[in-house]
Design a protein around this ligand. Sequence first.
Ligand code: PLP
Length: 398
Amino acid sequence: MSGSALFDTFARAPLSFDRGEGSWLVANDGQRYLDFGAGIAVNSLGYSHPHLVAALTEQGAKLWHLSNLYEIPGQTRLAERLVASTFADKVFFTNSGAEAVEGAIKTARRYQYVNGHPERFRTITFEGAFHGRTLAAIAAGGQAKYLEGFGPKADGFDQVPFDDIDAAEKLIGPETAAIMLEPIQGEGGIRAFPTQSLRRLRELCDKHGLLLIFDEVQTGVGRTGKFFAYDWSGVAPDIMAVAKGIGGGFPMAAVLATEAAAKGMTTGIHGTTFGGNPLAMAVGNAVLDVVLADGFLDEVNRKALLLKQGLASIADEFPGVIAEIRGQGLLLGIKCKVPNTTLNAALRQEKLLAVPAGDNVIRLLPALTVTDADIREALDRIRAGAAAVSASFAAAAN
Ligand SMILES: *Cc1c(COP(=O)(O)O)cnc(C)c1O
């Protein structure tokens, strides 16, 4: 046997951590790292948030799991709160983003089926998308590197270039059921669809009887400075997949839908063993207590501006390293002129953790509770990392 007992699917950094406090991680050797990756937008309220720890430990002493054979009051409550704060009327809880995406696709297909269109099962998606790693989700995402070697691509997914709404319109056919997109592509490199494009997609869906699905697994629950990213555009979907930040680090996710869109999801037609368990629901409700509190999202936007302005001036200082700063709220991308992995390694040298993305971008996704001092510290470290990369490239050129 070679290496570890684990599947070799992840190229892990040689770092392991013992505990976390707010935006900081403490490694096993005692070194402190400033974490602007936050478990890829999952640890939305930072580490060891007292309200989340209390919710988890309190519920942990009562009931962890029940199955959906019984009523789960925390589940009903969380669903009602999500419905009250979004376009949705109905919620189905799952465990992961990919499972929420699958649930969203199934909801759209069933909607067409029960409305007399069993032939409508195809979903249009956009290049650069990432929807997860199940067989349907890799087909929806359409990226060759994730599809290779897993047999025929699951049928029912058609793809057009990023933000090419004309191409999407042309592709709509008698078998089309839905159009699915991330309002801001996360793994794809923090690429936002313009509001105008979202409006056109909404119109196309309405005109052709299709459902509009937003994958807000990464952009949701305050990440962009609104509760959901679609709130910036005013364009609401029919179905939405939510995960990552909603559990604050506890694995949980959800499918949200209008009552009309959820029409086909009748008793026995879909299910989950772990989804919506009492422990997950306790933490999810605790996350919403914080994120939906008065003024919380205003603070996210204020801090996001501080970070974005600081990044813009670093980009001006090192034009050979950084091409541009993109993104919204605390979902920011540094588009690199050098390989993004080079800059990411330099940031890690400075003990600043970030996450590479597609399109040669480095993602910064700090906890929504990040402090002004953390942001200033991060900017100092990013400036130092960019300076180191700039110097090494200058040396190589000589
Ligand atoms: C992370 C992500 C997923 C997949 O979520 P998992 O929990 O890893 O299954 C799906 N869609 C988007 C937009 C994501 O960022």
